[in-house]
Write a protein that binds this ligand. Structure first.
Ligand SMILES: [Zn+2]
Ligand SMILES: [Zn+2]
Length: 314
């Protein structure tokens, strides 16, 4: 292609790597990196009570690698320290590689890294639990991973956890909540909790395309195998639908994400958290007598369960 046909950055005339369809602007590598980092800074600046140290939920995948990279590159300009927290679910033939990649990335970035495994705290790997259950692997994993991350954060004295969820994830969740009519889910986890660590999402206003490019351009992206349990789910269908719609109507995903966020902010106060009950299996708060984690692990029917004791003593 002749030079004069090259698409150039709207800010500096270097070759463009990214098109913002909504703003109709192009960005070069440096300006794309800068814009993602500025967005994360902007997000962090909106949080008035950041603690001294926050935990970054770090799976070793693309989104969390990008998040950890941003934090490492802007650390001099942010008011908190950070550590990486990884959960090893125990997925044979998949997780070993991604854990190794995560360790490698942390050592290159000079970030303190802590790992906790399902086997350590629940006494079984995800593989074992899935083989013994008729529930969907992603459901089991989601419930236990949340608890595992919470336990790891407690061990490290962490009260705020940053996750790599991006704008596309939020748009998908918003649409899924609308499609399933699950109003409760819109407000789930909204408002302060004295028990659970607070979750923050610094990529809430960054699209998946930008996050992916950022991860590739900053050099820590690895093309890792996909989780063998990944299945075609409602989220997958919604994702395809939203991409198609975004192409024709740039900004649609941002609007869907913002719409739910605004609902939460305006109406969140009227959807107070239901009072927690104390789970008889593990002592953690839950919505019923037995929490989701214990239901997955079929507790408290198991006698002398060693991991109950370990969880309760934390
Ligand atoms: Zn540029
Ligand atoms: Zn429980």
């Amino acid at each position: 292609m002749a030079d004069n046909k090259k698409i150039l950055c709207s800010q500096c005339n270097n070759p463009a790597v990214f098109l913002d369809r909504e703003k109709k602007t192009h960005l070069c590598k440096d300006h794309l990196i800068q814009s993602v980092e500025e967005e994360v800074m902007r997000y962090l600046n909106t949080i008035s009570d950041l603690p001294e140290t926050i935990g970054i939920a770090f799976s070793g995948g693309k989104d969390s690698t990008a998040l950890l990279t941003v934090f490492s590159r802007i650390k001099a300009d942010i008011p908190c320290r950070f550590i990486a927290l990884t959960v090893d679910e125990g997925i044979e033939g998949y997780r070993q590689d991604t854990i190794r990649a995560a360790e490698d990335t942390c050592s290159k970035l000079g970030v303190k890294h802590h790992i906790i495994s399902f086997s350590d705290i629940f006494g079984s790997s995800l593989d074992t639990l899935v083989s013994e259950s008729d529930r969907n692997a992603c459901t089991i994993c989601g419930i236990l991973r949340r608890r595992a991350l919470e336990i790891l954060a407690r061990e490290q004295g962490i009260r705020v956890i940053a996750t790599g969820h991006n704008q596309d994830d939020h748009a998908q969740t918003a649409l899924m909540n609308a499609i399933t009519g699950d109003v409760k889910k819109v407000f789930a986890g909204y408002g302060p909790s004295t028990w659970y660590a607070r979750r923050i999402k610094p990529f809430a206003r960054v699209s998946e395309r930008e996050v992916t490019l950022y991860a590739m351009l900053t050099g820590f992206f690895r093309d890792l195998p996909e989780c063998p349990y990944a299945i075609t789910s409602l989220r997958g269908e919604v994702r395809t639908l939203l991409y198609r719609y975004e192409r024709e109507h740039p900004g649609a995903m941002r609007n869907a994400a913002l719409c739910e966020e605004e609902l939460r902010e305006k109406l969140g106060g009227t959807f107070r958290r239901e009072p927690y009950q104390t789970c008889t299996g593990c002592g953690w708060p839950g919505s019923g007598k037995i929490c989701q984690v214990c239901m997955v692990l079929r507790r408290p029917s198991l006698d002398n369960d060693p991991h109950q004791v370990r969880e309760q003593t934390r």
